[in-house]
Design a protein. Structure first.
Length: 739
């Protein structure tokens, strides 16, 4: 059978033996085209390599045997009307009965003389021909002439994600048949030189091994998805995205003119004179990196990563002041009102001292106030605007926008970044800041079009925060410690989770807790902060906490980002098991920002949690269910008890945000770390960002090399690569046409 259209555009429905009904089921697994079927690699492999002689079997053993069907019979039991198919299987050493219930079609499958591989648990056979019995074993028919199923001995059996109505075994058969009909149409897109360099097989060599491994393969490596064959597929995926990103970056930098900010150092000097501290060397370094970019005539696209409290705001300030000195406006966008207000309040005095006009723009402002702000921006009377998403609205216009800074970037999508940028006729420079450390691999993919600066140093005097886990029954011990800190004049946060499905209950818990603290901790002043408060009330409470008119702040997760109160030393987190690692880390970052030792107490209901050690394996924690991830609902890994235990154990042990982020990636997978929606834009079929770190670096390097030599990808050996690249990423990344 010859297919004229390429595999990626041939619907699976037209493959032999599939049809519309199965095609619908396959679509649930993400298999829409014939190409998808080839790339649907097994999630697991069963080792059925060791074949035992039938005479050695004993009841209770889990075994694989291989033999020829001697006879096959079907009957219906008189009492329960079960259909029973019985076969007798013989090898050189003996014979064994096997029975299968309610699968009448098996009578056709198990013809006499057919060779089968059976896997199951041996039981005693009271009245059969043989002493032993296999009840409902897994079976494979072995002797289709010439098929890869043929050959001596046992097998490694591919196990696929299933969906209701489509078993792994059926999938095996469908995919096998697709191999028979379409394998010759597989297209190789990796140039030979590239494959040789990394020792990768061709696609046509790799796929058969992944779908029906031969017995010489290592089951262990297969199951870890790290065979050269797996790597071949993963590399292709990673390379394509890295090339697309490199291309996009190249476009952005060259497409529209950027601004070369001139760098008179008077402003910077004045700024330095105002700041009450000197910069850390990490801050100095990243400011130089940013200034370098800003001085170029092409536009800046830089990611600034740095743990909570490392001092990113000051760095942003330097960039804004530079833009201002060159006569351009800056916009600083933060994801929440709390955070944007905080930025505004902390920056405003500095701008005032520098004679730079700075305004705040957020939702819910009075119409008059908002209109005045908009006019000031459009006329150029104001040089800096700090705000939320409100900045993205169409009626916000700038006189001369030169610099866009986006804080907590991962909360915004790539598109939002683009909207702000489009508010200028030229390409403003863009600086993206994130306090949520992102694992290197994720940063290289999600932010692949950005250059990265890292602040890896804290302002002097910052002591690591002490983190302790407590079971709920020991709450009174925690309260004692809390009281001690309050008595010493410090302030504290008590944070309750607030998760949508149980929002009401959660809110109630926080409100009641605030009441209890008021009673038990009198005369300390207790405040309550949650999302249902009006933004005025929120502001009031936060201002009171900031000014030490509140000692203990009970809050739902609104304090997650932003609040900067140096006198706060305790972060007490209730129901800690319900928080993710990134969130916990953010919360912990709220304390220990001043001179005093910070404490983070986590109260949980998980029972005893062992001390974390590096040997605790990670991947076993990933959800093991056999269903395809497409079908999985809520983040099951988050709710599993053992995962939660591990998460807290790790959190208590590690202070470094980047290490935690790596851990988070291993536990939850990229989809949850990045946000399922965002991940959906770049999800891979084989590559795994938690595992394929080295492969990703290689792909990134190769992508840049290839584009350097052949920017339009018009060398003959790059044509297939270019086709696939444009097909997969052209539209998503708005690459237009090349070459
Ligand atoms: P981030 O946004 O990275 O979490 P911030 O910019 O809010 O951190 O800085 C945290 C705190 O550290 C702020 O109170 C800030 O004033 C202070 N800070 C920043 N840089 C320094 C420095 N070089 N020396 C002393 N304190 C600093
Ligand atoms: Mg910050």
């Amino acid at each position: 059978m010859v297919s004229l259209s390429p595999l990626w555009s041939t619907p699976i429905q037209y493959a032999k033996g599939v049809g519309p009904r199965r095609a619908r089921l396959l679509a649930k697994l993400g298999i829409v085209t014939i190409e998808d079927a080839f790339w649907f690699v097994p999630w697991r492999y069963d080792d059925r390599l060791e074949v035992l002689p039938i005479q050695n079997l004993l009841p209770g053993m889990k075994v694989t045997i291989r033999g020829t069907i001697e006879y096959c019979r079907m009957r219906t039991t008189s009492r329960r009307r079960l259909v029973v198919v019985t076969i007798a299987v013989r090898d050189e050493t003996g014979v064994i009965d096997c029975i299968f219930f309610n699968q009448p079609y098996l009578e056709q499958t198990f013809a006499e003389g057919v060779t089968v591989l059976l896997t199951g648990t041996v039981s005693h056979n009271p009245k059969g021909l043989s002493q032993n019995l296999l009840k409902g074993p897994e079976y494979e028919i072995l002797d289709k002439a010439g098929s890869p199923l043929d050959g001596p001995g046992g097998r490694i059996v591919a196990v696929y994600h299933e969906t209701h109505g489509l078993s792994s075994k059926q999938l095996r058969r469908i995919i096998q048949s697709i191999f028979e009909h379409y394998a010759q149409h597989l297209q190789e897109i990796l140039p030979g030189r590239m494959r040789e360099r990394f020792g990768l097989p061709t696609l046509s060599e790799a796929l058969p091994i992944l779908h029906s491994p031969n017995p010489s393969q290592s089951v262990v490596l297969l199951n870890q998805h790290v065979t050269p064959e797996h790597q071949r597929l993963a590399f292709e995926e990673l390379l394509l995205l890295q090339m697309a990103l490199a291309m996009k970056r190249h476009r952005q930098v060259t497409a529209a003119p950027g601004i070369a900010f001139s760098q008179p150092d008077t402003m910077e000097k004045r700024l330095k004179a105002i700041l009450p501290f000197s910069l850390t060397s990490a801050q100095e370094r990243v400011i130089r990196e940013i200034f370098h970019d800003m001085g170029q005539p092409t536009c800046m696209n830089r990611l600034l990563q740095g743990d909570v409290g490392c001092g990113k705001t000051i760095v942003a300030l330097h960039a804004m002041v530079l833009a201002c000195g060159a006569g351009y406006q800056s916009a600083l966008m933060a994801p929440t009102e709390v955070l944007s207000e905080q930025h505004y309040l902390s920056l405003k005095p500095i701008y005032d001292a520098l004679n730079i006009s700075c305004v705040l723009l957020k939702g819910g402002q009075a119409a008059g106030e908002r209109a005045a702000t908009l006019v000031a921006l459009q006329s150029g009377d104001t040089q800096v605007v700090v705000g939320t998403h409100a900045l993205l609205q169409p009626d916000v216009h700038f006189a001369k926008l030169g610099l866009v800074i986006v804080d907590e970037q991962h909360k915004f999508g790539v598109l939002q970044r683009a909207i702000l940028r489009d508010k200028a006729p030229w390409q403003p420079d863009v600086l993206v800041m994130t306090a949520t450390p992102i694992p290197r691999t994720l940063a290289m993919t999600w932010y692949g079009d950005l250059d990265v600066s890292v602040i890896d140093e804290f302002p002097p005097g910052k002591k690591p925060i002490q983190t302790k886990l407590y079971e709920e029954k020991n709450r009174s011990r925690v309260h004692q410690l809390l009281r001690k800190e309050l008595e010493a004049g410090r302030q504290a946060y008590v944070v309750y989770p607030l998760v949508e499905p149980s929002e009401k209950v959660d809110l109630q818990a926080a409100i009641e807790a605030a009441e209890q603290f008021r009673e038990q901790f009198a005369p300390f002043r207790v405040g309550l902060l949650h999302g249902r408060l009006s933004s005025r009330d929120k502001q009031l409470v936060m201002a009171q906490f900031q000014q030490q008119q509140i000692d203990l702040l009970v809050a739902t997760t609104v304090v997650e980002v932003g609040l900067d109160v140096h006198n706060a030393t305790v972060m007490l987190i209730e129901h800690a098991e319900r928080f993710g690692l990134a969130q916990l880390h953010q919360l912990r970052g709220r304390v220990g920002r001043g001179l005093h030792q910070g404490h983070c107490f986590l109260i949980h209901s998980l029972g005893r949690i062992p001390v974390f050690n590096e040997q605790m394996t990670l991947r076993v924690e990933r959800p093991k269910d056999a269903r395809h991830p497409n079908e999985r609902g809520a983040p099951s890994a988050m709710t599993s008890r053992s995962t939660a235990k591990r998460r807290l154990a790790v959190f208590a042990q590690l202070n470094d945000g980047f290490a935690l982020a790596e851990e988070d990636l291993h536990i939850r997978g990229p989809g949850q770390v990045l946000g399922v929606q965002q991940w959906g834009e770049i999800a891979f079929r084989v590559a795994d960002l938690a595992r394929d770190v080295d492969l990703l670096s290689k792909a990134r390097q190769v992508a840049r090399e290839v584009l350097q030599d052949d920017p339009t990808l018009s060398f003959p050996e790059h044509l297939a690569l270019k086709d696939t690249l444009m097909r997969k990423w052209g539209e998503k990344l708005n690459l237009g046409s090349i070459g």
